[in-house]
Write a protein that binds this ligand. Structure first.
Ligand code: MLC
Ligand code: AMP
Length: 508
């Protein structure tokens, strides 16, 4: 059987001229394909030397850099399981992830190396190494001590796990979605074909690289195309605008497009050489789609995906891109819209979207009960998104069955924040909701009931959460009420709260 290691596929697509640049940063730093091959080989050998065996987890919380990409690809190459973590996670959050993933190696930023040693020791992590953005850190030192090897790629089967990405859940506890080499390869091949990549494409990359969107969708398409990538540390409007004329493809969350449209110089002339703008991770408003088209002449291609399955549907590359829809299931993905019992509803009726295909993950890490609960008996995965499917098969995401907020493309599960707030002195209970927000799409907002005579206030709640939760999860506003609205079953009526506080943020 041929080797199914995703790295083998990626290497097979390297350009003939290995001096071609893969990543280039605005500060002039570049990494060519030949160097990528050598560096990933050496780093894979370094991981092996440090005792990493195929299937061992390597947990990584580092800033975006070319070396971080090399680390991801070296993990693939060595057969290790890459576990990237959002750089915004606090020490409290990290403790949970490290305990759950049980990695052989933890790679962190140089400034968190010392504080994380205790956490790592508590969870019996064999090595804690650091990686900075200036090609610095003890990981780089360890690499320098490794002699050149033979460039081995550890053979992998389709079903072997390549990465675990944590995704929160309605219970407030994050689960690790296990993605196999087969999952990632099939999705990458499909998207590369479907979105019409051509040899001269240059990708503008401003997404974080700890999520499906920036790590897999964007980078895999570029790698399978042997493209050059403008690799930006983060999304910053003026930098993105300066590089659009030197790029042909950009992928982003809707917030990127809202921010670009807020800039005066953003116009058709600037985007003249662009071939494709892709949006996803959160709903793209029809207004944004239309304004983008009238300003630039480009119809943004909206697609839909999730951590557990990579990309699931896409608007057509050649064909009608319809605002407010996410297009059609990818060629090898089957989708159906079902009621709560798993029976298909009539075309056009809303229901939960269920999917199956080679892109669908292998289950939640060490959590067979949760895995079983989210799959139907016939293998379909229940996405938790509410969708309609038109007669021609076109899908629109019209809501969420899961209590989820998406802020600037990051998922926030209210339960996790509510548990933290409810544990605070002076708090009787809380409800966390998402409210319309022009920039972030939705803004996390907390509605809190105080205990009798307690004097907890907005600043106090924010301060305590600030020490425990990543910034993007923290409520932008905290309101206090005497009681939460409940239905006759005693369930908090979040819809009533969303209506009452609807005007909290700017939406125009
Ligand atoms: C930053 N902040 C956020 C935030 N990002 N708050 C809420 N939601 C967010 N997404 C905080 C900052 O810490 C800061 O706090 C304040 O909000 C304003 O910061 P900013 O400077 O405006 O934010 P910025 O750094 O520019 O980041 C915004 C962003 C970023 C949109 C560029 O969030 C981003 O890159 N998002 C992409 C997320 C993504 O890749 N999702 C893909 C998931 S995969 P303060 O108080 O310090 O001012 C997936 C599957 C799929 O969903 O289908 O793709
Ligand atoms: P994550 O778990 O971070 O991968 O987020 C996946 C979720 O993002 C999906 O379940 C959807 O709720 C949402 N999502 C992704 N793309 C879109 C889109 N184009 N439109 C609406 N929601 C989307």
């Amino acid at each position: 059987m041929p080797d199914a290691n995703l790295f083998t596929l990626i290497q097979s697509r390297f350009p003939e001229d290995l001096a071609k640049v893969f990543l280039k940063s605005p500060d002039g730093k570049t990494l060519c394909y030949g160097q990528l091959d050598r560096d990933t080989a050496r780093l894979a050998d370094t991981l092996r030397r440090l005792g990493v065996c195929p299937g061992d987890r390597v947990v990584v919380q580092v800033d975006k850099s070319t070396e971080a990409v090399v680390l991801y690809l070296a993990c693939l190459r060595s057969g290790a399981v890459y576990v990237p973590l959002n750089t915004a996670y606090t020490a409290t959050e990290l403790d949970y992830f490290i305990g759950d993933a049980h990695p052989h190696i933890l790679v962190c930023r140089p400034d968190t190396l010392e504080p994380l040693r205790d956490v790592a020791a508590r969870h019996n992590v064999a090595h804690v190494l650091s990686l900075g953005t200036a090609a610095d850190g003890t990981l780089i030192d360890a690499m320098a001590e490794t002699s050149d090897g033979e460039g081995t790629i550890t053979p992998r089967d389709d079903d072997d796990i390549a990465a675990i990405l944590y995704t929160s859940g309605t219970t407030g506890r994050s689960k690790g979605a296990m993605l196999s080499h087969g999952n990632l390869s099939s999705n990458a091949l499909t998207l590369h074909r479907l979105w019409g990549f051509v040899p001269d494409d240059v990708l503008l990359h401003a997404l974080p690289i700890y999520h499906v969107h920036g790590l897999f969708v964007a980078l895999h398409c570029a790698l399978l195309n042997a493209s050059t990538v403008w690799f930006l540390p983060r999304f910053e409007v003026s930098q993105v605008m300066a590089l659009i004329p030197e790029s042909t493809v950009m992928m982003g969350v809707p917030t990127f497009y809202v921010r670009l449209l807020d800039s005066d110089g953003f116009n058709a002339g600037l985007c003249r050489d662009m071939r494709l703008f892709v949006a996803g991770s959160a709903p793209l408003l029809s207004e944004t789609f239309s304004e983008f088209e009238s300003r630039t002449g480009h119809r943004i291609l909206e697609r839909y995906g999730m951590t557990e399955a990579g990309m699931i549907t896409s608007n057509p590359y050649d064909g009608e891109r319809l605002a407010g829809t996410v297009g059609f299931p990818l060629p090898e993905t089957s989708a159906r819209v079902c009621d709560a019992d798993g029976s298909e509803v009539e075309r056009g009726e809303p229901g939960t979207l269920e999917i199956t295909g080679p892109n669908v993950f292998k289950g939640y890490w060490q959590n067979p009960e949760k895995t079983q609960a989210e799959f139907r008996g016939d293998g379909y995965f229940i996405t938790g998104d509410v969708a309609t499917m038109a007669v021609d098969g076109r899908i629109a995401i019209v809501g969420r069955a899961k209590d989820l907020i998406i802020s600037g493309g990051f998922n926030v599960y209210p339960k996790e924040i509510e548990l933290e707030i409810d544990a605070m002195d002076g708090v009787a209970e809380s409800a966390v909701i998402g409210l319309a927000h022009r920039d972030f799409g939705e803004a996390v907002t907390a509605i809190v009931v105080r205990q009798t005579n307690a004097n907890v206030d907005e600043a106090g709640v924010k301060k305590t959460l600030g020490e425990r939760l990543a910034k993007f999860k923290q409520p932008k506003r905290v309101f206090f009420v005497d009681a939460l609205p409940r239905n006759t079953m005693g369930k908090v009526q979040k819809n009533a709260l969303r209506e009452e506080y609807a005007g909290t943020y700017d939406i125009v």
